[in-house]
Design a protein around this ligand. Structure first.
Ligand SMILES: [Zn+2]
Length: 121
């Protein structure tokens, strides 16, 4: 696994790396803890609820597979479990909105997608 991603979203859970020495949650897939430098990292499930920290709209697809999706919105979300994670975002959501993680299939891959906290898809 190279990035944090959905673990079991039927249970509203997302996987992130947690430092066994200081507890700091890591997104992406670091070799060592960004807080204390420990290499004792382990995958843990945290809840998929959070608030949008930032959004951006993508107008230029990073690969040909994403061209049918543009424009689309990406969001950085502060999850209640202590991690900030990036995912696709339903249109119309803004900074500060309460959201939860879902998954969707697009561009031939499974993507994490954040929707308004009251929605299921
Ligand atoms: Zn640490």
């Amino acid at each position: 696994m190279t990035t944090a991603g959905p673990a079991d979203l039927t249970q509203n859970a997302v996987c992130v790396l947690a430092c066994r020495d200081c507890g700091t949650r890591q997104t992406l897939d670091p070799v060592f803890c960004r807080n204390c430098g420990s290499t004792a990292l382990a995958w843990v499930k945290i809840g998929g609820n959070g608030r949008i920290y930032a959004t951006t709209t993508i107008h230029r697809a990073p690969t040909p597979a994403f061209r049918p999706l543009v424009p689309y919105t990406l969001a950085l979300v502060d999850l209640e479990g202590g991690a900030r994670i990036m995912g696709h975002c339903a249109p119309g959501l803004a900074i500060g909105n309460a959201v939860h993680a879902t998954i969707c299939d697009a561009a031939g891959v499974t993507l994490m997608r954040f929707v308004s906290a009251g929605e299921t898809r």
